[in-house]
Ligand binder design. Structure first.
Ligand SMILES: C[S@@+](CC[C@H](N)C(=O)[O-])C[C@H]1O[C@@H](n2cnc3c(N)ncnc32)[C@H](O)[C@@H]1O
Length: 213
């Protein structure tokens, strides 16, 4: 499944990224970190079906919530020049079709801009979050609403976080993502770890401390 998805979705994900998600999400579910699972910036749902399959295998009682404008990206700021407003557009029907293709239960889909959908749409407790909003403001808004609801021991994976000191091969196309995380947590935050890979993986993992209630 992962190889097919990585091939189909090569512009937005790859096998190494899917592997990192598998490792982080399955560890969380096996250790029974409480809460639901969310993806912010789901696009057509091709990474979401991977997340859903892992949930079906390990914790089918958990709910999956997906968020996207379904209008593509918003206008970017000065650090977000690689992509522009309206890029990466997909539809709710694309998401539904991909879940049907893989015979997975339909997730909760929240169409609209994060600023509007996250305050009321996010579950009260989150076990695992995948943040893939690409731009500085989108990641800032995502962290602002997700981190306070993250369960102790819960994990956020942020796509496109590039720290060339930690991983010189990482892809550095969207520097607003790192800046948003560093502004939110502080540059040397102990909660944030850069995930390495053999390719150009750019991922950060944020784990809420177990004693953080
Ligand atoms: C790179 S795509 C996500 C790819 C997807 N996670 C995957 O792995 O297939 C980024 C998505 O974030 C969405 N997005 C970015 N900023 C947003 C915002 N502020 N509100 C809602 N959606 C946003 C875009 O519409 C786009 O579909």
């Amino acid at each position: 499944m992962a190889i097919r998805l990585a091939t189909q979705n090569s512009a937005m994900s790859d096998f190494e990224r899917l592997n990192a998600i598998y490792w982080a999400l399955s560890t969380n579910l096996i250790h029974k970190v409480p809460g639901d699972v969310v993806e912010l910036g789901c696009n057509a749902g091709l990474t979401s079906v991977w997340i859903s399959q892992i949930m079906q295998d390990l914790a089918p009682e958990r709910e999956l919530h997906l968020f996207d404008s379904f209008e593509g990206l918003p206008a970017g700021g000065p650090l977000d020049s690689y992509l522009k407003r309206g890029d990466c557009r997909a539809s709710v029907d694309d998401v539904k079709a991909n879940f049907d293709t893989w015979n997975l239960p339909q997730p909760h889909v929240h169409p609209g801009w994060f600023e509007q959908t996250l305050p009321d749409g996010l579950p009260t407790q989150i076990s695992f979050a995948y943040l893939d909003g690409d731009f500085y403001e989108s990641i800032t808004t995502s962290l602002t609403h997700v981190y306070p609801r993250l369960a102790p021991g819960g994990v956020i994976i942020v796509d496109d976080y590039c720290d060339l000191d930690a991983n010189p091969r990482a892809w550095d196309g969207l520097p607003g993502v790192k800046k948003a995380c560093d502004d939110y947590f502080g540059v040397n935050a102990k909660v944030l770890e850069v995930l390495g890979g053999v390719g150009d993986l750019s991922l950060a993992m944020i784990r809420k401390p177990l004693d953080d209630e």
